[in-house]
Design a protein around this ligand. Sequence first.
Ligand code: SAM
Length: 230
Amino acid sequence: MIEPDFLRATRTFYSTVATDYADRYRNVLKDRPFDRALLTGFAETVLAADLGPTAELGCGPGEVTAHLHALGLPVFGVDLSPEMVALARRDHPEVRYEVGSMTDLDLPDGALGAIVAWYSVIHTPQDRLPALFAEFQRLLAPGGELLVAFQVGDEPLRVAEPFGHPVSLDFHRLRPDHIAELLRGAGLAPHTRAVREGEPALLESTPQAYLMARKPAEGTGNTGNTAGLA
Ligand SMILES: C[S@@+](CC[C@H](N)C(=O)[O-])C[C@H]1O[C@@H](n2cnc3c(N)ncnc32)[C@H](O)[C@@H]1O
């Protein structure tokens, strides 16, 4: 199969900056208490459902995968960039990391209890997002959970010469309503979202969004709490 240009460009970018990126974002969750709270809520939800392993797709140097592992989740990481995967394995030897593309994973239908895409769908061209979310839906077990994190906005940010390296890449900013609509179109049921303002001290220039969606359990059409009093 011929690899699409955007995957080649994304791999080249991240492989080139991998060491600097890993140094910059080591302990990335330490100064982000609300991100940690979100990941804890997600991990507890996934552990309670007990539907299979969790995959962090686009794991980079593996910080978030390792955090989820420390919370007790059976989790592995996947990244396009072999350099990123090598750093993740080096820094977090207790966790499994594999090289691969989230667009084309060699896993059977329903193999995953949960998927985390933490700032990693942001390099997929807009017109390819519906197919990507359909693939997430295929990979999830019925009742499985998806967590997507991304920067909020309308225009892509072109990042050029990061850390002085001669590469560039588009970072797409996305709208939570639009992503929720695409997830619904792929057969997933968004049920939780959070948006926090960008934190200038952390060099975040846009609001940060977090969306959780569930694959409906088979036969029930059940996508969440339909019987409660509230
Ligand atoms: C902004 S980094 C985020 C890394 C990590 N999730 C974190 O928050 O530190 C985006 C990562 O997604 C990976 N990525 C982008 N598209 C991918 C794809 N189609 N399949 C696998 N990994 C991908 C890149 O190689 C890069 O390491």
